[in-house]
Design a protein around this ligand. Sequence first.
Ligand SMILES: C[S@@+](CC[C@H](N)C(=O)[O-])C[C@H]1O[C@@H](n2cnc3c(N)ncnc32)[C@H](O)[C@@H]1O
Length: 276
Amino acid sequence: MPPKRFQRIEKTWDEYWAEYWRIRLVQEDEVVAWKNQQVVDFSTKMLDIKPGMRILDLGCGAGFQANLFAENGILVHGIDISPPLIKHAAAIAKKKKLSATFAVGNMHDFTVKEPYDRVLILGMSFGFGTDEENEATLRNVFTAVKPGGQILLTGQHPYSASTHTGPEWVETNDGFLVHHGEFDPITCRLGGMWELVRPDGTVITEGDNPESDGIRCYSVPELARMLLDVGFNHPRFFGSWMLPPTELQWFSTEMITVAERPALASASKTKRVRKV
Ligand SMILES: C[S@@+](CC[C@H](N)C(=O)[O-])C[C@H]1O[C@@H](n2cnc3c(N)ncnc32)[C@H](O)[C@@H]1O
């Protein structure tokens, strides 16, 4: 047999990769479904999320976690930059008769009509922008959460970024998924390129996508400073979705940040005492 010729085809996030990554791979991997449940359980416990609360899920992907929250009686709104993912999320909510709503939007630049009880950025979705865009995201999140409300966001921390560098591959139902990971210590960004090598010899490469410039890996002091500057209180950092919560370690695979928007001072506290 003559050697197989590989034909490279470049596809954008919305054309191919969003659906492949966030729907097809998730559906074929039972571990992801188990992990999504863990994420929902951890967030519910840590942010004291109760039925009837309104929560915003930014970068919600195909809505797997948002729809799980909705199954628990939470009023969820999911925003993602990718139209095919939002379409999928809304279709699942409709099929399961859930109250979750979804819209296409950009976390660097969005407004809400009425602030939410809680705001979440799950699945390492914080940090894909430039530093200015990521700071804008935090300012938007601050206005999107009620005073006294809480936020939970996940990103990639720099201490374990090196474990994602170099070539690695995984066999999937559609072929071999190959990753060429790179961590730039100067910009502190973890990036790289994914390719899918299909059995018929076609190689799907990554075209334009919202994660092309990699993820900015903020250290704990950097992120804590950014959150405090925006006005949040008590940033805390955890290293796993397991309960009881475990503090972030240098080798942790997750970096989960929880913080609070301060409550408004009550009227009685702010009342001035008239001097006599
Ligand atoms: C790593 S995925 C996580 C998806 C989902 N939160 C989860 O945990 O399964 C990151 C998601 O962020 C979305 N995204 C990337 N940049 C975005 C932006 N600027 N605004 C809104 N969504 C964005 C992508 O389309 C993708 O669905």
